[in-house]
Design a protein around this ligand. Structure first.
Ligand code: KG4
Ligand code: ZN
Length: 390
């Protein structure tokens, strides 16, 4: 079955079309198209995602991306089609340009051969989420297609369980449950337990900043551009290659507390105070700060994950979210899992599936559709703080 997926929860506008096939022990996804426009360059001058700008860019790029995805996927057939747009006008009362571009687009193509539309409906930035959700609702109404609302964090988690095959397609095999998920992104840091397929318990979460947010803020203090995670990683990898050992240490917040929650705001603040005391910020010092910050974050993430593994009957650990692209975190987790939990499967996303993308929404869309989680376009809403645990 073919799924059209839309992701606009933060600063990437992404659309994917996949052809999903059920296999004996899971599902295979042929990627027909997955165009993406990243806004990170534009948000750079604000040092983080600026919601109004994000919304404007999504409004500008979304319809062209849908058109590109359907075109690249060989699903676009030109034809003059007349619609009564009255049913969708109220969805775009504050977005007349988006409505106009959607009207022009749907009027020149026939209804595409897709079986469902999946869209991220939370968590994320409200104005950004709404654009994707309302566009998906409008298409579901006009094309009379089933609609599924996807939790962005479920997308990240399932992306972590997906493997790329030699022919470029993706495969998500049946998993050994329960699956423990460590979800680390720009907006979230949480440990969740999937004890039965697609059903989650929240075991712990950050009490303040998300880990990606801490990477971004510390990067900014070091004069590095947004998004800061990859920049910090580059600096610290350079220091690691030279065998640098940090000559100072930052705190490991909440590491020894008897719970599975996180806190990164104190760590960020102590980096700030440390930097204030330094007369000059040399390249070598930046590298050392990046290294020690990354060490602190990784130790906390591992300690809490280890506690969760010891106290649950998890048979699989998966990491997902933008921060799971981090080389040091990937390395430490693989080494420690092999040494301490050889009986637990360890899954980590293909690097291209770590940061926000629409493929993960298409994959989640397929499983949610199969799970009969279809929702009517009238009922679907965007929820900025949507949680994975019911
Ligand atoms: O999942 P994601 O693309 O968007 C959200 O859902 O938030 O995650 C973005 C976050 C940013 O904070 C970014 O700095 C961080 O992921 N990130 C990294 C790396 N690549 C992206 N953090 C550490 N190391 C990386 N290599
Ligand atoms: Zn994300």
């Amino acid at each position: 079955m073919k799924i059209l997926a839309i992701e606009t929860s933060c600063d990437e506008t992404a659309v994917a079309v996949v052809d999903a096939t059920e296999s004996e022990d899971g599902a295979c996804f042929e990627i027909l198209a997955d165009p993406l426009v990243s806004q990170s360059e534009l948000h750079r001058e604000y040092g983080g995602v600026y919601p109004t700008l994000a919304k404007r860019e999504h409004a500008k790029n979304l319809v062209p991306l849908i058109e590109k995805a359907l075109g690249d996927g060989g699903l676009m057939v030109s034809s003059d089609t007349a619609y009564d747009f009255a049913s969708i006008e109220e969805l775009f009362s504050r977005e007349p340009e988006l409505l106009a571009s959607l009207q022009v687009f749907v009027s020149k193509v026939s209804v595409p051969d897709i079986d469902a539309i999946a869209v991220t409906c939370g968590p994320g930035l409200p104005p950004a989420l709404w654009l994707g959700v309302n566009t998906a609702r409008a298409l579901a109404i006009l094309w009379n297609k089933p609609l599924v609302g996807i939790n962005h964090m479920e997308g990240h988690l399932l992306a972590g369980l997906t493997k790329e095959l030699a022919d470029g397609s993706m495969r998500l095999a049946e998993q050994r449950l329960p699956v423990l998920g460590l979800l680390i992104s720009g907006g979230h840091t949480e440990l969740v337990l999937m004890d039965s397929w697609l059903s989650y318990k929240l075991l712990g979460e950050t009490k303040d900043d998300a880990v990606g947010e801490a990477f971004d803020k510390v990067a900014r203090m070091l004069g590095l551009p947004y998004p800061g995670g990859p920049e910090i990683s580059k600096l610290s990898e350079r220091a690691r290659e030279r065998g640098v050992r940090p000559s100072f240490s930052f705190p490991r917040p909440m590491m020894h507390e008897d719970n599975l929650d996180f806190s990164f705001s104190g760590l960020k603040t102590s980096v700030m105070y440390f930097l204030k005391k330094q007369p000059t910020l040399t390249e070598a010092l930046k590298e050392e700060v990046a290294l020690e910050f990354e060490n602190a974050v990784t130790e906390v993430l591992w300690k809490k994950t280890r506690d969760a593994l010891e106290n649950s009957s998890a048979k699989t650990l998966v990491i997902g979210g933008g921060v799971s692209a981090n080389k040091h975190i990937r390395r430490v987790f693989s080494e420690n899992m092999g040494a301490e939990f050889p009986g637990v499967s360890f899954e980590i996303p293909e690097t291209r599936l770590t940061t926000d993308n629409a493929l993960m929404i298409a994959i989640a869309g397929y499983f949610r559709f199969k799970n009969r989680d279809v929702i009517s376009p009238e009922e679907l809403t965007a929820r900025s703080n949507l949680s994975l645990a019911a």
